[in-house]
Design a protein around this ligand. Structure first.
Ligand code: FAD
Length: 357
């Protein structure tokens, strides 16, 4: 006999976790299937929240809504968990060239930028022990989300509701019908794929323009005899970024590689990152290496996520493609995806897979 659900979700990374959270909170019977995070980007991601990503300091026209949804969802999670997973932290942004300062001047005046750009400073004015030959500026509405802790909490929350199974799903097990979809002995009204970059192997959605991007980063800690004040006490972000964590450790990242798609940390990645650290910090000798990690960002060709329903299989859906911005964007898009599935409200145009025809 089939076990029956409203929704099956494949993948308990940040996307599958937050979508399951929203659907269960709206009274739906959900089962999440995950292969124990075998390839989860969310398990290794630094979780930086940076509304002005990229060289030109552009931001999404939806940034206000993203930030609002991030705060709202994390308040909800904190009430349930008794602890916070989202930690606001100021960011010191460093110009990589004199030309970059022009993007700062131009974009801070754009409507919708209010509150994101802080004051500009010169080479000596960052207030942090960093090399800033071209100066930089203080950035607001930044911070990080403790993704491993959040995933572990949601896993426990799902388990308490018999809503999580640790198993790999083979695509051959899935049989979509007109009214229901089955997956082995399971059956549901809908099935949503949230497999991260492995979505590119999906027989129903793998044709979408995935552009997966491997990233490596270093985990560091202060040396016992580190110079007092020798290590930044806030996020610094230039060609590389350094993120101080509450447990006294630091993460320094990250590399980009569109060809080698695996979870292996490499000697080449380490060399690049160590050079990045020397270029960024005035006293790189204050930190020592503790670990090196790697994962693959589920990025897309047009840098917009993939949300929607298969054009010929109305029981199959996708919620994926959050690239390097999952922490900031998934809270809002998970709300919109739940509204699409439960109420048929239109998806945001830029994310709707209908944009590919
Ligand atoms: C090095 C690095 C640094 C990053 N830094 C940041 C950052 O600072 N800020 C930020 O916002 N984002 C960052 N990201 C990106 C962030 O990790 C992603 O945006 C987000 O975590 C994607 O979540 P997801 O749930 O879509 O995918 P994933 O986290 O990859 O989750 C997919 C899950 O599905 C499972 N799965 C896949 N196929 C199957 C199957 N057939 N059966 C069962 N389970 C399956 C996988 O094992 C995994 O657990 C970074 C990523 C990397 C790699």
């Amino acid at each position: 006999m089939h076990e029956s659900y409203d929704f099956l979700i494949i993948g308990q990374g940040l996307a599958g976790s937050l979508l399951a959270w929203r659907l269960i909170r709206r009274g739906r019977r959900v089962l999440v299937l995950d292969d124990n995070h075998r390839t989860a980007a969310s398990r290794v991601a630094a979780g930086l929240v940076n509304p002005l990503a990229g060289m030109r300091f552009n931001h999404s026209p939806r940034i206000g809504r993203w930030l609002e949804a991030l705060a709202g969802l994390h308040d909800e999670l904190a009430r349930e968990a008794g602890r916070r997973f989202s930690h606001p932290q100021p960011m010191v942004r460093l110009f990589r060239s004199p030309q970059q300062a022009r993007f700062y001047e131009r974009n801070r005046a754009r409507p919708g930028s209010e509150g994101l750009f802080g004051d500009r400073f010169g080479p000596e004015g960052s207030g942090q022990p960093v090399k800033a030959p071209h100066g930089g500026f203080h950035q607001h509405h930044t911070g990080h989300v403790d993704l491993p802790a959040l995933l572990a909490f949601i896993a426990r929350w799902l388990e308490a509701r018999q809503a999580l199974r640790r198993e790999a799903v083979a695509y051959g097990q899935i049989e979509p019908g007109r009214d229901r979809v089955s997956c082995g002995e399971l059956e549901a009204e809908h099935l949503i794929f949230c497999e991260g970059y492995r979505g590119m192997e999906n027989p129903w959605f793998g044709h979408l323009p995935f552009a997966p991007d491997k990233g490596e980063f270093l985990v560091l800690e202060k040396r016992p005899r580190a110079l007092p004040g020798g290590v930044p006490n806030t996020i610094v972000n230039g060609a590389h970024w350094l993120l101080p964590h509450a447990d006294g450790r630091y993460r320094l990242g990250a590399t980009h590689d569109h060809h080698r798609l695996d979870q292996r940390a490499t000697a080449e990645g380490r060399k690049k990152l160590e050079q990045g650290m020397r270029d960024l910090l005035l006293h790189p000798e204050s930190l020592r290496l503790v670990d090196q990690q790697a994962g693959v960002r589920p990025a897309t060709g047009d840098r917009k996520p993939f949300l929607g329903t298969h054009p010929e299989q109305p029981r199959l859906h996708i919620f994926n493609g959050f690239g390097a911005h999952g922490s900031l964007a998934i809270p809002w898009y998970s709300k919109r995806m739940a509204e699409w599935l439960l109420e048929g409200k239109p998806l945001p145009e830029e994310a709707d897979i209908g944009r590919f025809g």
